[in-house]
Structure formats: C-alpha cells, structure tokens
Design a protein around this ligand. Structure first.
Ligand code: HEM
Length: 151
C-alpha cells in the first residue's frame, strides 16, 4: 500500500472510531429528561396529568384549594430535576406539602395511573415512563405515611 493510501485509511479508521465513541458516549449520557423529550414533552405531560387528575373523582377533591398553575410549575421543576434536566425544584418537601391531606395508598396509585395515561397521550415511551415511576415510587412513604426520606 502506498504511504498516502495508508495515511488515508488510518485517518478514516480514526474518524470512524471517534464517531462510534461519541455515539455510544452520547447514548450513555442521555438523561431521562432527554429521553422523555425534554421541556416540551415534560410540560405537555404535566399539563395532561393535571387535566386528567382534575376529572378523576378518586383524587380531584384534594386539589380543591390548590393554585393549579403554581402546582404545575412546581411539579414540572421537580420532575425535571429528578430526571436529570436543567431545573431546580424550590417547592416544599413531600412531607410538608402533603401533611394536611391524609393521602392514602389508593390515591397514590390513582395519581400514578393518571401519570401513566398522561405520558401515553403525550407519546412518552413506556420504558421511559417506567423509569420515571421508579423515581417517584420511593416518595410514597413521605406522601402517604409521612415518613422522612432516608439520606
Ligand atoms: C410521588 C407522588 C407525588 C409527587 C411527586 C407530588 C408532588 C407534589 C408537588 C411538587 C407539590 C407542590 C409542593 C408545594 O406546593 O411546594 C404537591 C402538592 C400537592 N399534592 Fe402532591 N405529589 C405526589 C402525590 C400526591 C398524591 C397521591 C396526592 C393526592 C391524591 C397529592 C396531592 C397534592 C395536593 C392537593 C397538593 C397541593 C397542596 C397545597 O395546595 O397546599 N399529591 N405535590
């Protein structure tokens, strides 16, 4: 092989290796927030959740005195931060914000079901939905039984 051809082949091989490397690195580093579809899809999911939840008679009465726009904004920030997005949740902790509500396990499950429905309607993949749910499940002791989160 001529030296110039060898150089070209080596260069091409390096480019290929680098781009493969970048691709796998990018995949490995993609946050759950990005897999949801970033801000537009997460905001749409929160809007849809609230729409569904407010007509869900198992839980809608608990939101009777709630400022819904504020709730949406706080829930978005919380989910965004939790899934690795560029946000900071500045709301109250889960015990403080639910302590007057006497939330039950049935209500907790109803809200989870509504969130699955909302994600479905917005087109978030099921595998991604389950990963978000896995992040929310550990909050159940705080929301329902008011048991502090482990550090
Ligand atoms: C993992 C599950 C849950 C998460 C992540 C969650 C998240 C939140 C967030 C971020 C807030 C706003 C906090 C603040 O005002 O500073 C909030 C408030 C509230 N949540 Fe939840 N929540 C969950 C479960 C539930 C359940 C099961 C119910 C009842 C069915 C519920 C009812 C409420 C109500 C009524 C408020 C507003 C309280 C108020 O207006 O003072 N939440 N929640």
């Amino acid at each position: 092989m001529k030296p110039i051809t060898l150089m070209r082949s080596l260069f091409a091989a390096c480019l290929l290796a680098a781009s493969l490397g970048w691709a796998t690195q990018a995949q490995a580093e993609e946050t759950l927030f990005a897999q949801i579809g970033g801000e537009p899809k997460l905001r749409a999911s929160v809007d849809k959740l609230v729409e569904i939840m407010l007509v869900d008679e198992r839980i809608n009465f608990t939101f009777a005195d709630t400022d819904i726009d504020k709730f949406k904004s706080l829930l978005y920030d919380q989910l965004c931060e939790l899934t690795g997005g560029p946000c900071k949740y500045l709301g109250r902790d889960m015990i403080e914000s639910h302590k007057k509500l006497n939330t039950t396990n049935e209500q907790f499950n109803a809200l989870a079901e509504d969130l699955y429905k909302a994600f479905d309607e917005v087109g978030v993949p099921y595998r991604v939905q389950n990963r978000v749910m896995a992040l929310l499940a550990p909050m159940q002791p705080q929301v329902v039984d008011k048991i502090p989160a482990k550090e």
